[in-house]
Design a protein around this ligand. Structure first.
Ligand code: KDG
Length: 338
């Protein structure tokens, strides 16, 4: 009887709660805050996508979850922000898959040069079984992968010379993302690559520490790289996805309703981001030329030489990435083109 009475008292102790009552999303008490950071600036579609995520989440949770957004590496670079998620001091980051491979090696499958033929195939593979399976592997790293977004096909810029063929890479100091496969692929092309966080890149180009870098047109234009780079070539050598990451400890602390809301919002905002990004990548090559950059087209023949040069590197990395993952991705690419 005593137990029953105590339990009843416990249930009636509602006065002790904050008095805010239940929110529409089923949670009670104080609002939770998501600190979300990215490396790109506020003009980039990635940030527009993040604002979309904020809008959806704040509306659907009736303010029970608040999203604070930070761009331009204000909270750090891809790697340090991902580590902050693991520590639980930051809740969201949207890094490229390339630096994520330092946490889950299988993500390097997307660093295989000349892997995807176009964005539509990339979407199918990433949003399909193998892409989602890879997101699942993040859990062991205390991370939750909610969806894929896009940076896109990467193209080479530099301040030294027009790059039309593999010979033109000779000795070029190229910044790569912090990823071993990128590094070795650029070495195989004859360049002199240096891995570096995105947050340090502009200054490195400005000061001549590196001659060039590679990113999609939208990023090159919106980050104003044309101010410090003279040449651009459509190498299109790697398709870069972003992963929308959430800290696992934060995610686990959400109600089931809230987990669904953040997951769906990351997917929906990602669709919006991909759309904006594709429009941007289409229009900014022209603008780069208007800003004074010289554009060099890579012929099919010249691109094939690049494909051949990196083939041994890919072979070498298959076991490091995991043969099973590599095979599944190749199969998914084939299926997507049927
Ligand atoms: O917000 C994303 C950036 O931090 C970074 O991932 C962009 O592709 C990128 C790069 O070159 O580092």
């Amino acid at each position: 009887l005593l137990i029953t009475v105590l339990a009843a008292c416990g249930n009636s102790g509602a006065e002790s709660s904050s008095g805010e009552g239940e929110s529409a999303s089923g949670d009670s008490g104080e609002a939770k805050t998501i600190k979300a950071g990215i490396g790109l600036n506020s003009d980039h579609p990635q940030y527009k996508g993040l604002l979309k995520f904020k809008e959806i989440v704040e509306e659907k949770t009736d303010g029970a979850i608040k999203v604070d957004t930070y761009h331009s590496g204000q909270l750090g670079d891809d790697r340090s922000m991902t580590e902050a998620l693991q520590l639980g001091t930051q809740e969201v980051v949207i890094p490229s898959t390339a630096p994520l491979a330092n946490f889950v090696p299988e993500f390097s499958v997307f660093d295989i040069p000349f892997l995807f033929p176009n964005e539509q195939v990339a979407d199918e593979v990433l949003d399909g079984e193998v892409g989602q399976e890879l997101l699942g592997k993040l859990e062991e790293q205390n991370l939750v992968g909610l969806s894929y977004w896009e940076n896109g096909f990467r193209d080479l810029t530099n301040s030294e010379r027009a790059v039309a063929s593999i010979d033109d890479f000779d000795g070029l100091k190229i910044r790569t993302m912090e990823n071993d496969l990128h590094l070795d692929a650029f070495k195989a092309l004859g360049a002199n690559p240096t891995p570096m966080a995105f947050t340090e890149l502009f200054t490195a180009m400005q000061q001549g520490t590196v001659d060039g870098q590679e990113n999609p047109y939208a990023t090159i234009y919106l980050q104003k790289f044309y101010e410090v780079q003279d040449h651009v070539s459509n190498t299109h050598h790697i398709y870069s996805p972003f992963v929308f990451l959430m800290s696992k400890s934060f995610y686990d602390g959400l109600t089931e309703d809230q987990q669904k809301i953040v997951k769906d919002a990351a997917v929906e905002a990602g669709k919006h981001e991909r759309k904006l990004n594709r429009e941007a990548n289409e229009k900014y090559l022209k603008q780069l030329q208007e800003e004074g950059m010289e554009y060099t087209e890579i012929s099919d023949e010249a691109r094939q030489e690049m494909v051949d040069a990196v083939a041994p590197v890919i072979e070498d990395y298959k076991s490091k990435i995991g043969e099973e993952t590599v095979d599944k991705v190749y199969q998914a690419i084939e299926d997507a083109q049927k």
